[in-house]
Design a protein around this ligand. Structure first.
Ligand code: ARG
Length: 460
């Protein structure tokens, strides 16, 4: 029977299947560096408060670094019997410092230890995710900048609606990823709270100096309530929830890139390096990256369902259920990082087919609103102008032409207000130029938005 670090009161050995169910080492081993970092800070504090001696602290810290080396060299042997990363590190420390290793866990519980490890882990990952999001935003803005004058149909209900600048459309995604970045920054703030020293749930009888540990580990604030400190996983839920929203954004851009790559749309092409072929149909060039990212949205949203269901109705304080928080968390971190990274790499490989986009703007009555606005400016109430424009569209459909192909005489059958100057209002360029409202697709607006975006990123 492998001796358990908690085995004092037990006389029977653990059932093999219980051991397997209980073990989290196969996933929580990725926390080893944070676990050791936390233990080193804990030891420094124990010595500074004379809870252990300086010599003990120094020897244990050295021992922990040896354990870290062992893990990093790949020679650590993991076993379900030792449950989790905390027990593995401690048991290995026992080989380095047999006489004193059992002092490491003074004034500490695995409950506050795991809360610390996960927070340290997520803080690092959030900083990486923030950096990745910045790079992605930059590539989006650069693609917009390189195509500032490209016009495409804007859609509502998947029907051609009004022309917009392609850059404006891309900058909509820039805004989404900007909000994702802000949500991650927010989440970082709540993750940045130091739980160690709260022990199992009630605090500890030792004269610990939690603030010293906080400073040593670089946390900006302290978890204020010991019961909350060991049972709070809001930051995990918040992260996966923010990641889910980001993935929803990725699924939307993916869907569009997939559609635009079809021969039906033919608005873009993605270079060979970011597409794949079919094993049977030689002509195929598939937008797999976008399809995979769209598909991965499902697993992240699934992780969100897992974590919020896991936390629902859990009584205070720590419950073993909470060990199940890690797999959804780790999977979300890995998936989100991979998706941001692959999109950052792929975006420069998108070629915009400007002629096809432009042609699509000249078919399908995208200028019907212009005709209505033209009449409204001349004094007709907008609702009436809308109705007149609708009648003109119906006439053009009947004739099998576009609005701009109707003659002035034909227009005049609907309203005397329509003169020869109508044609300049109906061009694609005029439709863009005249959209002058702040945040709209007008050329100046979009150029300013792109420049502002790039210079803000530069400043950060
Ligand atoms: N492996 C555990 C987890 O991830 C660590 C905390 C265990 N605490 C306990 N009292 N058994 O949640």
């Amino acid at each position: 029977m492998a001796e358990k670090l908690w085995g004092g009161r037990f006389t029977e050995s653990t059932d093999r299947m219980v051991e397997r169910l209980n073990a989290s080492i196969h996933f929580d081993k990725r926390l080893y560096a944070r676990d050791i970092e936390g233990s080193i800070a804990h030891l420094e504090m124990l010595a500074s408060e004379s809870i252990i001696t300086d010599e003990e602290s120094t020897a244990l810290k050295k021992g922990l670094l040896k354990v870290k080396e062992k893990i990093e060299s790949g020679s650590m042997v993991y076993s379900d019997a030792l449950e989790d990363i905390h027990m593995h590190v401690e048991s290995e420390l026992g080989k380095e410092c047999p006489d004193i290793s059992r002092k490491l866990h003074t004034a500490r519980s695995r409950n506050d230890q795991i809360a610390l490890d996960v927070r340290l882990y997520l803080k690092d990952e959030l900083n990486e995710i923030l950096a990745l999001f910045k790079k992605l935003q930059k590539e989006i803005a650069k693609l917009a900048q390189a195509n500032l004058d490209v016009v495409m149909p804007g859609y509502t209900h998947m029907q051609r609606a009004q022309p917009v600048l392609f850059a404006h459309h891309m900058m909509a995604y820039f805004e989404m990823f900007k909000r994702d970045t802000q949500r991650m920054e927010d989440c970082l703030e709540r993750t940045d709270s130091m739980p160690l020293g709260t022990a199992a749930l009630a605090g500890t009888t030792y004269p610990v100096n939690r603030d010293l540990v906080r400073k040593l580990l670089g946390f900006s604030k302290m978890a204020e309530n010991s019961i909350d400190a060991v049972s709070d996983r809001d930051f995990v839920m918040e992260f996966i929830s923010s990641a889910s929203i980001a993935m929803i954004h990725f699924s939307r851009i993916s869907e569009e890139l997939i559609l635009w790559s079809t021969s039906e749309f033919d608005f873009i092409s993605i270079s060979d390096a970011f597409t794949t072929g079919s094993s049977i149909m030689p002509q195929k060039k598939n937008p797999d990256v976008s399809e995979l990212v769209r598909g991965k949205t499902g697993r992240v949203v699934g992780n969100l369902m897992s974590i919020i269901t896991l936390m629902k109705s859990l009584p205070l304080a720590y419950n073993k259920d909470m060990q199940e928080d890690k797999e959804p968390l780790f999977d979300t971190v890995d998936t989100l990082k991979a998706c941001i990274d692959i999109y950052t790499r792929m975006i420069p490989h998108i070629t915009v087919k400007r002629e096809n986009m432009y042609k699509a703007c000249t078919q399908g009555f995208l200028n019907a609103t212009e005709l209505a606005d033209y009449l409204a400016v001349k004094g007709m109430p907008f609702r009436d102008a809308h109705s007149i424009s609708g009648k003109a569209v119906a006439r053009a459909v009947e004739k099998g032409c576009e609005l701009q192909d109707l003659t002035v005489d034909e227009f005049k059958q609907f309203s005397d207000l329509i003169e020869n100057d109508i044609y300049e209002y109906l061009t694609v360029e005029s439709m863009i130029t005249r959209r002058i409202s702040y945040g709209g697709t007008g050329y100046d607006n979009v150029r300013n938005a792109v420049e502002k975006a790039l210079s803000n990123l530069e400043e950060q």
